[in-house]
Write a protein that binds this ligand. Structure first.
Ligand code: KIV
Length: 267
């Protein structure tokens, strides 16, 4: 029997029912297939792919066309999870028309079922137009990596009372705009708890403590594939970087020593 397809309304219902939401990132068919089989509720084609897939130093350079390519690939591996595509830097900030056109491309060309946009009050009207066009929108507050140049680094956000108040105002603006969930990134657990209690839509934390309605991490981080840096909030479940290196070194040795291929591996 086919598993029950997760939709944006189901994600909202999970909060009402007190069921935690498990989300991870994927940028290609195979990884999406593995995550879907593992029962992950939301698969995000994140612009983090700019860093962990494409090797850039930030998420800023990745383009809409590149993100659509990744979304298309991931969509071929997903049956059950909700597939969300991240709208990259300047794909929704310039004008509402631009945002609508680009969000539409992620749905029509990419096969996504929702899009994610970074920002609060400032993008609420745009998010509302996209929602009204029939596209579920996920919000993203706290440390929003597309604004890294303004923040001056990947620092913990919402440390002051004033910042927490602004975070709550932003979250409420997004909820009123019709977004179905909000990612809260790298903020104190107490701030995330306050936001989670203030809104009726689910909060999905990344480095935001245990009180969020769900959690998201970058898959390449939890699998130990991305070794450049490991944020404190990442739990590493496998050391696949090491395993890949060891396996490939064994292969290279076999080739060099003429131990591969053997008779069974030949025609
Ligand atoms: O780009 C991304 O992968 C993200 C998540 C980590 C929330 O925005």
């Amino acid at each position: 029997m086919e598993p029950k397809k997760i939709t944006a309304p189901i994600i909202m219902k999970m909060k009402r029912q007190g069921e935690k939401i498990a989300a991870l990132t994927a940028y290609d068919y195979l990884m999406a297939l593995f995550l879907d089989d593992a029962g992950i509720d939301i698969i995000l084609v994140g612009d983090s792919g700019a860093m962990v897939f494409a090797g850039y130093d930030s998420t800023i350079p990745i383009t809409v066309d590149e993100m659509i390519y990744h979304t298309k690939a991931a969509s071929r591996g997903v049956k059950r999870a909700l597939l969300v595509a991240d709208m990259p830097f300047l794909s929704f900030q310039v004008s509402t028309e631009d945002a609508l056109r680009n969000a539409g491309r992620f749905i029509k060309e990419g096969g996504a079922e929702a899009v994610k946009m970074e920002g609060g009050e400032a993008i609420a009207e745009t998010a509302n137009r996209v929602v009204n066009a029939g596209i579920p929108v996920m919000g993203h507050l706290g440390l929003t990596p597309q604004s890294i140049n303004r923040f001056g680094g990947y620092k913990v956000q919402a440390r002051t009372e004033q910042d927490v108040a602004k975070l709550i105002t932003d979250a409420i603006a997004l909820e009123q705009a019709g977004v179905f969930s909000i990612v809260l990134e790298k903020i104190p657990a107490a701030a995330a708890k306050k936001v989670t209690e203030k809104v009726n839509i689910p909060t999905i934390g990344i480095g935001a403590g245990p009180h969020c309605d769900g959690q998201i991490l970058v898959t390449h981080d939890i699998l130990g594939l991305f070794e450049k840096f490991r944020p404190k909030f990442v739990r590493v479940y496998a050391e696949m970087g090491r395993e890949i290196r060891e396996a490939c070194a064994r292969y290279a040795e076999d080739v060099k020593l003429s131990n591969f291929p053997n008779q069974d591996e030949s025609y």
